[in-house]
Design a protein around this ligand. Structure first.
Ligand code: BGC
Length: 386
């Protein structure tokens, strides 16, 4: 049986879309049809690689990890200078910060669309995804792992742009969580405990400064909830889904960020393309719901997302009709500036695959279990056949 055969047709199409848009270098285009996304983001790519590894497409994910390792190694001089300055307690030169996205050949984009390019989360997520991919096997990219970890250990206390490439003047909970998880992974991969110590410091800082009224918030200076906070438990595992603070955050995401027409907003007040409902976030919410034992809710999240797949199985970044947008008046200005929203978005395809795969595994466990009652009770009776 082929490893992907348990997946539905949207996932199967998603794997093809992802592989078709993987450059020979190993890099993924964030979106082939949206001009300003024709780059390889470390953040997007790390989630895409997770989906490929989980779906059994390990060669393709390994190619991405090798590409990222080469991209990081090409920045070694900058990282060494930054780490030295950090150790000496000197101010860090922002020109030495790593980019969040690269051209597919691994070079740094210099001109063109100058938009926020300093974000730390991607490198943390990459380290986590690499360790997850290797599953305890020895790492062949150790030099890059050490460089990325040194970088994160040097910069974590500084402001940067967030997951959504906004608010560059402050720190962000999800960014810090990605850094903590990445450093923890680096300690495991390299056997260097110092990265684990910094990871602990980062996470302790999050617990002290990024929890308000018993819930994780967008950042120390922003008490809104942000859908990227889902990452803290799924996949990063920094907290359990039933931890009271995470559970309360999840409940707040479901109460405030699920659009009345379905799908998930990034945060309240988002105006990018009108602030639509994101497909990847609906799937991400499904992963958290499933991990919390709510298979029917997770299935409904997947069902919402699959309803927006094109006949070729493409999934867009976000749904931007007036029913799904927070500020519909902002859709046209963005479309005039950059064109129609990205479609397909490889990160959307990846999150769909991750959720579909997890649900399929629950199905498989269900049918092999002698006591099916608990899962059966959660499952939607109208669940698709596989
Ligand atoms: C999102 C980023 C993403 C990038 C490429 C941006 O609009 O805010 O999170 O990495 O698109 O997909």
């Amino acid at each position: 049986m082929k490893p992907t055969s348990r997946l539905d047709w949207v996932s199967q199409a998603g794997i093809r879309v992802i592989k078709d848009n993987q450059d020979v270098s190993g890099a993924f285009l964030a979106s082939p049809n949206f001009r300003v996304y024709r780059y390889s983001w470390v953040r997007d790519g790390s989630y895409i690689a997770m989906a490929l590894s989980q779906a059994g497409e390990r060669q393709a994910s390994a190619a991405f990890h090798n590409w990222t390792a080469r991209a990081v190694t090409s920045q070694a001089d900058k990282i060494t200078a930054l780490s030295k300055a950090a150790r000496q307690g000197r101010q860090l030169d922002q020109r030495l910060f790593l980019p969040t996205r690269y051209l597919v050949d691994g070079s740094v984009e210099t001109g063109g669309d100058s938009w926020p390019n300093t974000q730390f989360d991607g490198y943390g997520t990459w380290l986590w995804a690499l360790a997850d991919h290797l599953g305890g096997k020895p790492v062949s990219q150790e030099q890059a792992v050490v460089l990325a970890a040194d970088y994160l250990a040097s910069v974590w206390q500084l402001p940067c742009y967030d997951y959504w490439e906004e608010f560059g003047d402050r720190q962000h909970t999800s960014t810090l969580a990605a850094i903590a998880a990445g450093l923890r992974a680096a300690a495991d991969l390299t056997g260097k405990p110092r990265y684990g110590q910094v990871a602990q410091d980062v996470w302790a800082w999050v617990l002290e400064h990024c929890v308000k009224d018993g819930m994780f918030v967008k950042g120390p200076q922003d008490s809104r909830v942000d859908a990227s906070l889902l990452s803290l438990a799924v996949p990063l595992g920094l907290t359990a889904v039933d931890d009271p603070v995470y559970a309360a955050t999840l409940a707040r995401i479901e109460a405030e960020l699920v659009s009345p027409a379905g799908g998930v907003w990034r945060y309240l007040g988002d105006s990018y393309f009108g602030g639509g409902a994101w497909v990847l976030l609906a799937c991400w919410l499904g992963l958290a719901q499933l991990k919390s034992g709510r298979a029917a809710a997770a299935q409904a999240s997947l069902g919402w997302a699959s309803g927006f797949a094109s006949s070729a199985g493409w999934l867009p970044e976000q749904i931007t009709d007036p029913d799904h947008t927070q500020q519909p008046e902002w859709r046209t200005p963005w479309a005039e500036k950059w064109g129609e929203p990205a479609n397909p978005l490889l990160w959307s395809q990846a999150m769909y695959i991750l959720l579909d795969d997890r649900l399929a595994r629950v199905d498989a466990e269900d049918s092999s279990s002698t006591d099916k009652s608990s899962i059966m009770a959660m499952a939607d009776p109208g669940r698709r056949g596989r």
